[in-house]
Write a protein that binds this ligand. Structure first.
Ligand code: NAD
Length: 448
């Protein structure tokens, strides 16, 4: 793993990738290019910006640029055929100064140490920006789960947990579902860990089935947080929420819930998209109906309403609110100038590259950054962990009320920070988050 280095002359380690660049300007250009392609490089660009503005003490700065722990493990799995396969699994704890590491596990063909490290760092900043007492972690297995039977997936999960050993635990590092993992996978993680420990430990994972200690409200939590952040952002730019036109990219867990909940607030969902393409209906889609369709058919491919749009047409729609809730790196410096939304609210992790950010900011488009906008999921994960530890479950209304309180407070503190320093909401969110984690390092003195 090589952490991209800042365009500065400080003596950080691993300058391998840029050592041959001859000038500071060339190094800055190389870092900007890398940030368009790599989520880790993009994260570092944002971190460095916030650290500069905060005039972060160099020692703490170096600590926060590096993950605390990176683990790669072999994950042997007996296939149904009787053949043994060995996959590679990762777990990264970026920072645990504020509490146990928190972050999902993904099963995907794109999983790499770089990606997992970027996602772990985002979790550190996300938990800090909404002020829940967790650090940042992430994990994954490089595999194609679509080609695996349920039995193979269960053995894969158990083998991974065995490989992680005591790296995870309710006071250390608490996994959750992510891309291609779900409540069932978390139930297997819980069971495998509990067998290792010798007793049932429900608080070792969040996003579990309700019967095993999962929280009411977790399913829609990220989408609900996106709705709350979008609503606050629309009000901030002076647009009425009722009647606001919305385009939602990604119609999975986050996108479909955000669309349903925004519609319930009176918004008109004029465009939706998934990996099979985008559709448009000026009169507005019925998000509940589209969600039911996707649950039954898997995708929007054959959805019998709306007219088809290309991805480029979708991103260029003149709407009040654009919610990218699918993938990383969707808005880049190549297409950001085409965006005509008034507000972009990032449901996905890392949908906007730093180059795109500059263009959106220059065009007066308000971007609610991922580490704030999609923090509803980790917030309710925190509630789940609290409920498990107290062995007392909350009603869904209590979960939703407390989520609203935390998301609203998070948005207002980021907005105040942005206004105070004259910076974008993203820079403000990073400043708040990095400042909070740095403050804990100073108090604990662990870097001394
Ligand atoms: P998901 O797998 O449930 O849904 C992903 C959606 O994106 C699907 O509709 C898929 O078809 C669509 N998609 C994939 N490729 C696309 C493309 N090229 N163009 C348009 N759409 C495409 O995933 P999810 O849980 O909804 O997560 C979506 C994003 O939100 C990810 O970036 C994830 O890391 C982030 N996120 C999720 C949560 C959570 O609680 N699930 C929390 C925070 C952040």
């Amino acid at each position: 793993m090589s952490i991209p280095q800042p365009p500065s002359d400080h003596p950080g380690n691993g300058l391998q990738g840029v050592a041959l660049q001859t000038s500071r300007a060339e190094r800055a250009a190389a870092a900007a290019d890398a940030a368009e392609r790599s989520p880790l490089a993009a994260m570092i660009v944002r971190f460095d910006q916030a650290a500069d503005l905060l005039e972060l003490e160099p020692g703490v700065r170096r600590i926060l640029r590096e993950p605390e722990m990176q683990l790669a493990v072999a994950v042997p799995v007996m296939r149904d055929s009787g053949e043994m396969d060995v996959f590679t699994g990762y777990r990264v704890q970026h920072n645990t100064a504020r509490g146990p590491g928190k972050g999902g596990i993904r099963f995907d063909l794109h999983v790499s140490m770089d990606e997992v490290t970027a996602l772990a760092a985002w979790m550190t900043w996300k938990c800090a920006v909404v002020d829940v007492p967790f650090g940042g972690a992430k994990g994954g297995i490089l595999c194609d789960p679509s080609g695996m039977s349920k039995g193979e997936l269960e053995r894969l999960t158990r083998s991974y947990v065995r490989g992680l050993g005591d790296v995870i635990g309710p006071d250390k590092d608490v996994p959750a579902p992510d891309v291609n993992t779900n409540a069932q996978v978390m139930a297997w993680v819980l069971d495998a860990y509990s067998r290792q420990i010798g007793h049932t430990v429900t608080s070792v994972v969040t996003g579990k089935p309700i019967e095993l200690g999962g929280s009411l409200g977790r399913g829609d939590a990220t989408g609900r947080g996106v709705m709350l952040a979008s609503r606050a952002a629309l009000e901030y730019v002076g647009l009425p929420v009722a009647g606001a036109t919305v385009a939602v990219q990604g119609f999975g867990n986050v996108g479909s819930a955000a669309a349903r909940l925004l519609q319930a607030e009176g918004c008109r969902i004029v465009a939706i998209a998934d990996r099979t393409g985008a559709i448009f209906d000026a009169a507005g889609f019925d998000s509940e109906d589209a969600t039911k369709w996707v649950r039954k058919h898997g995708t929007l491919a054959e959805y019998p309403r709306g007219e088809r749009l290309s991805d480029a047409e979708f991103l260029a729609l003149e709407v009040d609110l654009l919610v990218p809730a699918a993938l990383e790196g969707v808005l880049t410096r190549d297409n950001a100038a085409t965006v005509r939304a008034r507000v972009v609210c990032e449901g996905a992790n890392g949908p906007t590259t730093p180059g795109a950010d500059d263009i959106l900011n220059a065009n007066g488009i308000l971007v609610v950054p991922d580490i704030l906008a999609n923090a509803g999921g980790v917030t309710v994960s925190y509630f789940e962990w609290v409920q498990n530890r107290a062995a007392y479950m909350w009603s869904e209304d209590i979960v939703n009320d407390r989520l609203r309180e935390i998301m609203t407070r998070g948005f207002l503190s980021v907005r105040d920070q942005a206004e105070k320093h004259g910076v974008s909401l993203r820079t403000a969110a990073y400043m708040l988050a990095v400042g909070r984690v740095a403050a804990v390092h100073h108090l604990r003195g662990v870097y001394a």
